[in-house]
Design a protein around this ligand. Structure first.
Ligand code: TF8
Length: 332
Protein backbone atom coordinates (compact mmCIF):
# COMPACT_ATOMS: atom_id res chain seq x y z
CA UNK A 1 0.00 0.00 0.00
CA UNK A 2 2.71 2.41 1.13
CA UNK A 3 4.91 1.29 -1.74
CA UNK A 4 2.11 1.87 -4.20
CA UNK A 5 1.45 5.32 -2.79
CA UNK A 6 5.13 6.19 -3.03
CA UNK A 7 5.26 5.09 -6.63
CA UNK A 8 2.16 7.14 -7.40
CA UNK A 9 3.58 10.20 -5.64
CA UNK A 10 6.92 10.02 -7.41
CA UNK A 11 5.21 9.49 -10.75
CA UNK A 12 3.10 12.57 -10.13
CA UNK A 13 6.17 14.59 -9.13
CA UNK A 14 7.99 13.49 -12.25
CA UNK A 15 5.02 14.42 -14.41
CA UNK A 16 4.77 17.87 -12.88
CA UNK A 17 8.54 18.36 -13.26
CA UNK A 18 8.23 17.57 -16.95
CA UNK A 19 5.27 19.93 -17.24
CA UNK A 20 7.10 22.66 -15.34
CA UNK A 21 10.09 22.35 -17.66
CA UNK A 22 7.97 22.30 -20.76
CA UNK A 23 5.87 25.31 -19.88
CA UNK A 24 7.70 28.59 -20.17
CA UNK A 25 6.51 32.05 -19.23
CA UNK A 26 4.48 33.25 -22.19
CA UNK A 27 2.48 36.36 -22.93
CA UNK A 28 -0.30 35.70 -25.40
CA UNK A 29 -2.21 38.49 -27.11
CA UNK A 30 -5.74 37.29 -27.76
CA UNK A 31 -7.81 39.67 -29.87
CA UNK A 32 -11.57 39.90 -30.35
CA UNK A 33 -13.95 42.33 -31.99
CA UNK A 34 -16.90 42.88 -29.67
CA UNK A 35 -16.73 44.93 -26.47
CA UNK A 36 -15.70 43.65 -23.05
CA UNK A 37 -19.32 43.40 -21.82
CA UNK A 38 -20.26 41.01 -24.63
CA UNK A 39 -20.49 37.23 -24.55
CA UNK A 40 -17.27 37.25 -26.58
CA UNK A 41 -15.60 39.33 -23.88
CA UNK A 42 -16.78 37.10 -21.03
CA UNK A 43 -15.59 33.94 -22.75
CA UNK A 44 -12.26 35.52 -23.65
CA UNK A 45 -11.65 36.32 -19.98
CA UNK A 46 -12.70 32.79 -19.04
CA UNK A 47 -10.18 31.42 -21.54
CA UNK A 48 -7.45 33.62 -20.04
CA UNK A 49 -8.24 32.33 -16.53
CA UNK A 50 -8.14 28.71 -17.69
CA UNK A 51 -4.78 29.14 -19.43
CA UNK A 52 -3.33 30.74 -16.32
CA UNK A 53 -4.68 27.97 -14.11
CA UNK A 54 -3.62 25.07 -16.32
CA UNK A 55 -0.13 26.46 -16.80
CA UNK A 56 0.46 27.11 -13.11
CA UNK A 57 0.43 30.86 -13.74
CA UNK A 58 3.18 30.73 -16.35
CA UNK A 59 1.17 31.43 -19.47
CA UNK A 60 -0.68 34.72 -19.44
CA UNK A 61 -3.37 35.69 -21.92
CA UNK A 62 -4.02 39.37 -22.57
CA UNK A 63 -7.56 39.43 -23.92
CA UNK A 64 -7.92 42.57 -26.04
CA UNK A 65 -11.44 43.39 -27.20
CA UNK A 66 -13.25 46.16 -29.06
CA UNK A 67 -11.31 45.48 -32.28
CA UNK A 68 -8.39 47.29 -30.62
CA UNK A 69 -6.05 44.93 -32.50
CA UNK A 70 -8.06 45.51 -35.67
CA UNK A 71 -11.14 43.94 -37.25
CA UNK A 72 -11.29 40.17 -37.88
CA UNK A 73 -9.56 40.22 -41.27
CA UNK A 74 -6.67 42.34 -40.01
CA UNK A 75 -6.15 40.09 -36.97
CA UNK A 76 -6.13 37.00 -39.21
CA UNK A 77 -3.31 38.58 -41.21
CA UNK A 78 -1.42 39.41 -38.01
CA UNK A 79 -1.73 35.77 -36.90
CA UNK A 80 -0.59 34.48 -40.28
CA UNK A 81 2.44 36.80 -40.16
CA UNK A 82 3.20 35.88 -36.56
CA UNK A 83 2.71 39.41 -35.18
CA UNK A 84 -0.20 38.32 -32.92
CA UNK A 85 -0.65 35.00 -31.15
CA UNK A 86 -4.39 34.33 -30.92
CA UNK A 87 -7.87 35.60 -31.79
CA UNK A 88 -11.52 34.71 -32.02
CA UNK A 89 -13.72 35.92 -34.86
CA UNK A 90 -16.43 35.01 -37.33
CA UNK A 91 -15.99 32.08 -39.70
CA UNK A 92 -17.56 34.31 -42.37
CA UNK A 93 -14.66 36.75 -42.35
CA UNK A 94 -12.25 33.82 -42.81
CA UNK A 95 -13.65 32.67 -46.14
CA UNK A 96 -11.24 34.97 -48.01
CA UNK A 97 -8.32 32.88 -46.72
CA UNK A 98 -10.01 29.50 -46.26
CA UNK A 99 -12.86 28.85 -48.68
CA UNK A 100 -14.20 25.78 -46.85
CA UNK A 101 -15.38 28.13 -44.06
CA UNK A 102 -18.15 29.17 -46.48
CA UNK A 103 -19.95 25.99 -45.45
CA UNK A 104 -21.11 27.85 -42.30
CA UNK A 105 -22.50 30.70 -44.41
CA UNK A 106 -25.20 28.42 -45.82
CA UNK A 107 -28.56 30.08 -45.07
CA UNK A 108 -30.75 28.02 -42.73
CA UNK A 109 -28.14 25.23 -42.52
CA UNK A 110 -28.85 24.39 -38.86
CA UNK A 111 -32.26 24.39 -37.21
CA UNK A 112 -31.02 24.28 -33.62
CA UNK A 113 -27.94 24.94 -31.53
CA UNK A 114 -27.79 21.22 -30.86
CA UNK A 115 -27.43 20.47 -34.57
CA UNK A 116 -24.75 23.13 -34.86
CA UNK A 117 -22.78 21.70 -31.91
CA UNK A 118 -22.92 18.17 -33.32
CA UNK A 119 -21.66 19.19 -36.77
CA UNK A 120 -19.11 21.79 -35.63
CA UNK A 121 -17.60 19.57 -32.92
CA UNK A 122 -17.74 16.44 -35.07
CA UNK A 123 -15.72 15.23 -38.08
CA UNK A 124 -17.16 17.85 -40.47
CA UNK A 125 -16.25 20.79 -38.26
CA UNK A 126 -12.79 19.30 -37.80
CA UNK A 127 -12.31 18.87 -41.55
CA UNK A 128 -12.97 22.56 -42.01
CA UNK A 129 -10.56 23.52 -39.19
CA UNK A 130 -7.95 21.23 -40.76
CA UNK A 131 -7.85 23.54 -43.79
CA UNK A 132 -6.46 26.37 -41.67
CA UNK A 133 -2.84 25.25 -41.05
CA UNK A 134 -1.86 25.42 -44.73
CA UNK A 135 -2.95 29.07 -44.55
CA UNK A 136 -0.83 29.80 -41.49
CA UNK A 137 -3.56 29.43 -38.87
CA UNK A 138 -4.39 26.80 -36.26
CA UNK A 139 -8.11 26.38 -35.55
CA UNK A 140 -8.82 25.26 -31.99
CA UNK A 141 -12.58 25.29 -31.39
CA UNK A 142 -15.85 26.89 -32.49
CA UNK A 143 -17.71 29.23 -30.19
CA UNK A 144 -21.32 30.27 -30.75
CA UNK A 145 -21.91 33.67 -32.30
CA UNK A 146 -25.45 32.47 -32.92
CA UNK A 147 -28.52 32.61 -35.12
CA UNK A 148 -28.61 35.92 -36.92
CA UNK A 149 -31.54 38.32 -36.99
CA UNK A 150 -32.24 41.55 -38.86
CA UNK A 151 -32.44 45.05 -37.46
CA UNK A 152 -33.05 48.33 -39.24
CA UNK A 153 -34.17 51.89 -38.67
CA UNK A 154 -36.76 52.08 -41.47
CA UNK A 155 -39.56 49.55 -41.01
CA UNK A 156 -40.50 46.13 -39.67
CA UNK A 157 -39.43 43.40 -42.07
CA UNK A 158 -42.27 40.89 -42.24
CA UNK A 159 -41.38 39.44 -45.66
CA UNK A 160 -38.15 39.65 -47.63
CA UNK A 161 -39.69 42.17 -50.04
CA UNK A 162 -39.61 44.66 -47.14
CA UNK A 163 -35.82 44.69 -47.52
CA UNK A 164 -36.20 46.44 -50.86
CA UNK A 165 -34.08 49.57 -50.81
CA UNK A 166 -32.77 49.02 -47.30
CA UNK A 167 -29.06 49.68 -47.07
CA UNK A 168 -27.89 46.71 -45.09
CA UNK A 169 -24.44 46.16 -43.68
CA UNK A 170 -23.15 42.60 -44.15
CA UNK A 171 -19.89 40.94 -43.15
CA UNK A 172 -17.03 40.96 -45.66
CA UNK A 173 -18.17 37.72 -47.26
CA UNK A 174 -19.60 36.98 -50.71
CA UNK A 175 -22.30 34.54 -49.60
CA UNK A 176 -23.77 37.18 -47.27
CA UNK A 177 -23.43 39.83 -49.93
CA UNK A 178 -25.12 37.71 -52.60
CA UNK A 179 -27.82 36.41 -50.23
CA UNK A 180 -29.00 39.84 -49.20
CA UNK A 181 -28.78 41.22 -52.70
CA UNK A 182 -30.95 38.30 -53.80
CA UNK A 183 -33.47 39.21 -51.10
CA UNK A 184 -33.60 42.75 -52.47
CA UNK A 185 -31.53 44.67 -49.94
CA UNK A 186 -28.82 47.11 -50.89
CA UNK A 187 -26.09 45.08 -49.18
CA UNK A 188 -22.78 46.71 -48.22
CA UNK A 189 -19.83 44.80 -46.76
CA UNK A 190 -18.16 46.50 -43.80
CA UNK A 191 -16.01 45.43 -40.84
CA UNK A 192 -17.85 45.15 -37.54
CA UNK A 193 -15.74 47.88 -35.94
CA UNK A 194 -17.30 50.49 -38.24
CA UNK A 195 -20.87 49.29 -37.85
CA UNK A 196 -22.20 51.26 -34.88
CA UNK A 197 -20.95 54.53 -36.37
CA UNK A 198 -22.46 53.67 -39.75
CA UNK A 199 -25.85 52.94 -38.17
CA UNK A 200 -25.68 56.09 -36.08
CA UNK A 201 -24.92 58.39 -39.01
CA UNK A 202 -27.42 56.45 -41.18
CA UNK A 203 -24.68 55.57 -43.65
CA UNK A 204 -26.49 52.22 -43.49
CA UNK A 205 -30.08 51.50 -42.41
CA UNK A 206 -29.66 48.05 -40.94
CA UNK A 207 -27.55 45.04 -40.10
CA UNK A 208 -27.91 41.43 -39.05
CA UNK A 209 -26.44 39.75 -35.97
CA UNK A 210 -27.49 37.49 -33.10
CA UNK A 211 -29.62 38.94 -30.25
CA UNK A 212 -26.58 38.93 -27.94
CA UNK A 213 -24.62 41.32 -30.16
CA UNK A 214 -27.60 43.60 -30.81
CA UNK A 215 -27.78 43.93 -27.03
CA UNK A 216 -24.09 44.14 -26.06
CA UNK A 217 -23.18 46.51 -28.90
CA UNK A 218 -26.17 48.73 -28.02
CA UNK A 219 -27.60 48.63 -31.53
CA UNK A 220 -30.99 49.28 -29.90
CA UNK A 221 -29.86 52.89 -29.49
CA UNK A 222 -29.73 53.35 -33.26
CA UNK A 223 -32.11 50.67 -34.61
CA UNK A 224 -35.86 50.61 -34.06
CA UNK A 225 -36.95 47.36 -35.71
CA UNK A 226 -35.87 43.83 -34.96
CA UNK A 227 -37.16 41.08 -37.24
CA UNK A 228 -36.63 37.54 -35.98
CA UNK A 229 -35.45 35.64 -39.04
CA UNK A 230 -32.79 33.22 -37.71
CA UNK A 231 -31.56 33.19 -41.30
CA UNK A 232 -28.18 31.64 -40.56
CA UNK A 233 -26.18 30.18 -37.67
CA UNK A 234 -22.87 31.95 -37.32
CA UNK A 235 -19.91 30.33 -35.52
CA UNK A 236 -16.88 32.08 -34.09
CA UNK A 237 -13.54 30.36 -34.66
CA UNK A 238 -10.83 30.45 -32.04
CA UNK A 239 -7.42 30.44 -33.69
CA UNK A 240 -3.70 30.67 -33.09
CA UNK A 241 -0.90 31.83 -35.33
CA UNK A 242 0.71 28.71 -36.82
CA UNK A 243 4.13 30.39 -36.91
CA UNK A 244 3.88 30.91 -33.17
CA UNK A 245 2.09 27.63 -32.38
CA UNK A 246 4.95 25.64 -33.92
CA UNK A 247 7.36 27.19 -31.40
CA UNK A 248 5.35 25.91 -28.42
CA UNK A 249 6.08 22.69 -26.55
CA UNK A 250 3.52 19.87 -26.58
CA UNK A 251 2.67 20.71 -22.96
CA UNK A 252 2.03 24.36 -23.83
CA UNK A 253 -0.14 23.39 -26.79
CA UNK A 254 -2.10 21.07 -24.53
CA UNK A 255 -2.78 23.89 -22.06
CA UNK A 256 -4.21 25.98 -24.89
CA UNK A 257 -6.26 23.14 -26.36
CA UNK A 258 -7.74 22.21 -22.97
CA UNK A 259 -8.46 25.84 -22.09
CA UNK A 260 -10.02 26.39 -25.52
CA UNK A 261 -12.38 23.45 -25.04
CA UNK A 262 -13.36 24.66 -21.58
CA UNK A 263 -13.97 28.15 -22.96
CA UNK A 264 -16.17 26.73 -25.71
CA UNK A 265 -18.42 24.97 -23.21
CA UNK A 266 -18.58 28.09 -21.03
CA UNK A 267 -19.25 30.36 -24.00
CA UNK A 268 -22.12 28.36 -25.47
CA UNK A 269 -23.87 28.05 -22.14
CA UNK A 270 -23.44 31.73 -21.36
CA UNK A 271 -24.48 32.84 -24.87
CA UNK A 272 -27.60 30.69 -24.87
CA UNK A 273 -28.66 31.92 -21.44
CA UNK A 274 -28.23 35.52 -22.57
CA UNK A 275 -30.01 34.93 -25.90
CA UNK A 276 -32.99 33.35 -24.15
CA UNK A 277 -33.82 36.59 -22.36
CA UNK A 278 -32.42 39.05 -24.89
CA UNK A 279 -35.67 39.70 -26.76
CA UNK A 280 -37.36 40.85 -23.57
CA UNK A 281 -34.33 43.06 -22.82
CA UNK A 282 -34.36 44.54 -26.32
CA UNK A 283 -38.10 45.28 -26.11
CA UNK A 284 -37.52 46.98 -22.77
CA UNK A 285 -34.87 49.11 -24.49
CA UNK A 286 -37.53 50.25 -26.95
CA UNK A 287 -37.06 47.99 -29.95
CA UNK A 288 -40.10 46.90 -31.89
CA UNK A 289 -39.78 43.16 -32.41
CA UNK A 290 -41.59 41.02 -34.96
CA UNK A 291 -41.33 37.32 -35.69
CA UNK A 292 -41.31 36.43 -39.35
CA UNK A 293 -44.36 34.23 -40.06
CA UNK A 294 -43.35 30.62 -40.82
CA UNK A 295 -44.64 30.91 -44.39
CA UNK A 296 -42.43 33.97 -44.95
CA UNK A 297 -39.41 32.21 -43.48
CA UNK A 298 -40.10 29.37 -45.91
CA UNK A 299 -40.24 31.80 -48.85
CA UNK A 300 -36.98 33.37 -47.75
CA UNK A 301 -35.41 29.97 -47.42
CA UNK A 302 -36.60 28.92 -50.89
CA UNK A 303 -35.27 32.08 -52.45
CA UNK A 304 -31.88 31.56 -50.81
CA UNK A 305 -31.48 27.96 -51.98
CA UNK A 306 -30.17 29.53 -55.19
CA UNK A 307 -27.04 30.35 -53.20
CA UNK A 308 -26.49 26.77 -52.08
CA UNK A 309 -25.22 25.47 -55.41
CA UNK A 310 -22.39 27.97 -55.40
CA UNK A 311 -21.49 27.18 -51.77
CA UNK A 312 -21.27 23.50 -52.74
CA UNK A 313 -18.83 24.38 -55.51
CA UNK A 314 -16.80 26.65 -53.22
CA UNK A 315 -16.38 24.16 -50.37
CA UNK A 316 -16.29 21.06 -52.60
CA UNK A 317 -19.17 18.68 -53.24
CA UNK A 318 -17.90 15.84 -50.99
CA UNK A 319 -17.92 18.13 -47.93
CA UNK A 320 -21.24 19.64 -48.96
CA UNK A 321 -22.88 16.21 -49.39
CA UNK A 322 -21.39 14.88 -46.17
CA UNK A 323 -22.92 17.82 -44.29
CA UNK A 324 -26.29 17.40 -45.94
CA UNK A 325 -26.29 13.66 -45.12
CA UNK A 326 -25.19 14.20 -41.50
CA UNK A 327 -28.03 16.67 -40.95
CA UNK A 328 -30.58 14.41 -42.63
CA UNK A 329 -29.48 11.52 -40.38
CA UNK A 330 -29.84 13.71 -37.28
CA UNK A 331 -33.34 14.80 -38.29
CA UNK A 332 -34.66 11.26 -38.84
C1 TF8 B 1 -20.13 40.55 -37.51
C2 TF8 B 1 -19.91 39.35 -36.64
C3 TF8 B 1 -19.11 39.73 -35.40
C4 TF8 B 1 -17.69 39.18 -35.46
C5 TF8 B 1 -16.87 39.66 -34.26
C6 TF8 B 1 -16.43 41.07 -34.35
O1 TF8 B 1 -21.26 40.95 -37.73
O2 TF8 B 1 -21.11 38.76 -36.30
O3 TF8 B 1 -19.62 39.12 -34.29
O4 TF8 B 1 -17.06 39.41 -36.64
O5 TF8 B 1 -15.79 38.79 -34.13
O6 TF8 B 1 -19.14 41.08 -38.00
Amino acid sequence: MLRRTLIAVSAALMASAVVAQDIKPRLIRFGYGLNEQSNQGRASRYFAEQVEKLSGGKMKVRAIGNSALGPDVQMQQALIGGAQEMMVGSSATLVGTTKEMALWDTPFLFNTGKEADAVLDGPIGQKVLDKLPEKGLVGLVYWENGFRNLTNSKRPVTKFEDLDGIKLRVMQNNVYLDSFKLLGANAVPMPFSELFGALETKAVDGQENPFNTILSSKFYEVQKYLSVTNHVYSPWVMMASKKWWDTLSKAEQKVLIDAAKASRDFERKDTRAEAAKAVADLKAKGMQVNELPAAEVARMRDKLTHINASIGVTVGMPLWNETRDALAAMRK
